[in-house]
Ligand binder design. Sequence first.
Ligand code: GAR
Length: 210
Amino acid sequence: RKKVVVFISGGGSNMIALAKAAAAADFPADIIAVVADKVDAGGLDKAAGLGIPTFSFARRDFASKEAHEAAIVDELDRLQPDIICLAGYMRLLSAAFIQRYEGRILNIHPSLLPLFPGLHTHQRAIDAGMRIAGCTVHFVTEGMDDGPIVAQAAVPVMSGDTADSLAARVLTVEHATYPMALRLVAEGKVRMEAGRAVSHAIREATGMLI
Ligand code: GAR
């Protein structure tokens, strides 16, 4: 089984979805630790409640972005993860970090990338008059919310949706999509090769519609 460290900044519902999936005997990965960039990230207590070791690195405790990230890398050197899953981790990783774990970092973003990268993605989807929205799990490369797509899921945008109501609908499919994507990557069925996601999954759907 592959060793996975999940990075969070907030409530950690995607982290919990990954941990619950990983509790199944046939899941190809274990969540060995959770790393947060905030001491009060709500997901920390939830992870601890599941018996997962947690590590928090408050940015204000470090003199620079580099020092903050170096402390995280030190911990990762001890943990030796095979895969890092960003799950609502709201901080950009440096190019050096991304190169160190090239092809082994996944992120989930709550839009159908390449549409609406960055912040306020749900409001921007509503403002653009989108009739569907969704989520994307992708390999992390140096561009923000960029990188080869592993899996996506789509949901309808309802008339009268607010950013919050749309976010809640998208979040429910995030919780199914991220474990599916992690399974594919942990099994080696989807890999990043030459900057593209290559699927070795025969007739396996990596897009979902609800
Ligand atoms: C999720 O919707 C995730 O896709 C999003 O933050 C939320 C975290 O929720 N991530 C981003 O916007 C990254 N750019 P969670 O803490 O409950 O998993």
